[in-house]
Design a protein around this ligand. Structure first.
Ligand SMILES: [Zn+2]
Length: 411
């Protein structure tokens, strides 16, 4: 053995467990393991979990908040215009620098897998994809990154994007993105979805679209996406983020769409930080929370995951790449505060997100990757409450990051 961690708590297991790691993988998990290693770590009752996974973040735009001009009108329209100014001037190096800073922030906080969206459009061309592919290469020993070729300005609305999406996949993007609800008409939204599936098929790639990111109940592209997924035999390979309109549908139609989503094995990725500040902006009181029907989706057996989405950019001024914070926001936003619901929000940033990304080897069982976190807490609830980074981040059986926080009181 290379490393044995003694006396951990493991979710769903009574008592304490030891975890033995060899050759970069988990070799055994059990009470009082006989395995020995030159290096042993006493977890002293700390919670051990697999790493956090961020299934949705725009690393190409991250940290633009440091350098952008103020959003004078405080509207989404101006945020988009500010982003255009930067996109026209992007360089690959600039993107690697900003994205890399966020990757390092995320790793220290226990996130070892990231699905990163790169804008693909006629404003910035393929520079964001090249930048994030280079970031993926630079950090490949640390974090599993999937790059999404994301048509931020639409496909039919921005002629030329379809060709750029194909080139982005050839340049090394892993996943085909989509933004169907942003097209001009319902018909165009369907054509957008059809185009994304055609490109995904050409590259045998998974799909991750931003769907119905609006309070408008007339935005109905999730229904067509689910049906298309079933017809194309793509069940289990498609994720849909946001789906805010689902919350605005009447209950009968929403129930039908949730059933289709479940049948199509679509993962729903809900990002509470950003929805809370961007959605419901035109509401008078009561102002809606702007997130999708998380509780109903969970109850229907849909795989629900949760991501950071934005880190200090024209869309969102905060963000510290903490998936533990995302889980806490989700607990508040989606009324997930009973014991099983607290476990469920932690699943959204760990196992469910890993399932959406279809990460092989993820987990804490014998044979899994040797990637795990030791929290300065005995339970998920305590970790969520304390909001401290993991005490140890272990990657391939070796310590990758360590955090200790010490307060001094002079009473
Ligand atoms: Zn997003």
């Amino acid at each position: 053995m290379d490393l044995v961690i003694r006396h951990c708590r493991v979710r769903g297991e009574p008592g304490l467990r030891d975890i033995a790691l060899a050759d970069g993988r988990i070799a055994a998990v059990g009470p009082a393991l006989p395995e020995r290693a030159p290096q042993e770590l006493d977890a002293a009752g700390r919670l051990a979990t697999p790493p956090l996974v961020n299934p949705h973040v725009h690393l190409d735009k991250a940290l633009l908040g440091e350098v952008m001009r103020p959003n004078a009108s405080q509207t989404l329209e101006e945020a988009i215009a500010i982003t255009w100014d930067f996109k026209r001037a992007y360089t690959e190096d600039d993107i690697v620098r900003r994205a890399g800073a966020v990757v390092e922030m995320a790793v220290a906080q226990g996130t070892l897998a990231i699905r990163a969206f790169a804008d693909v459009d006629t404003v910035g061309g393929l520079v964001p994809v090249r930048g994030l592919v280079a970031t993926r290469t630079r950090y490949r020993h640390v974090v599993r990154m999937q790059v999404v070729a994301f048509p931020q300005e639409g496909i039919l609305r921005d002629p030329g994007t379809e060709r750029l999406l194909r080139e982005a996949m050839t340049l090394g993007a892993d996943v085909v993105g989509g933004l169907p609800w942003y097209e001009m008409t319902d018909g165009d939204a369907r054509e957008h979805i059809d185009t994304v599936f055609a490109i995904a098929r050409e590259h045998d790639a998974d799909i991750h679209m931003l769907v119905d990111d609006t309070d408008d109940p007339n935005s109905r592209s999730l229904e067509y996406l689910a049906v298309k997924t079933l017809r194309e035999g793509y069940a289990g390979r498609v994720s849909a983020s946001h789906c805010g309109a689902l919350a605005a549908y009447n209950d009968v139609y929403a129930g039908k769409v949730i059933g289709l989503v479940r049948q199509a094995g679509i993962s729903i990725v809900s990002n509470p930080h950003i929805s809370l500040v961007l959605a419901g902006r035109r509401d008078r009181e009561p102002v809606r929370r702007g997130i999708t029907r998380v509780k109903e989706l969970v109850r229907a057996g849909v795989n629900v995951a949760s991501g950071q989405d934005d880190v200090n950019d024209p869309y969102y001024p905060f963000g510290r790449a903490s998936q533990l914070e995302v889980a806490l926001f989700m607990a508040h936003t989606a009324h997930q505060t009973y014991p099983d619901e607290i476990e469920a929000v932690f699943d959204m940033v760990t196992v469910n997100a890993a399932r959406a990304l279809r990460l092989p080897g993820y987990g804490l069982a014998a044979g899994s990757d040797g990637d795990l976190l030791l929290w300065d807490a005995a339970t998920v609830k305590e970790a969520l409450t304390k909001q401290l980074p993991p005490a140890h981040v272990i990657k391939g059986g070796k310590t990758l990051a360590r955090t200790s926080v010490r307060s001094e009181l002079f009473l």
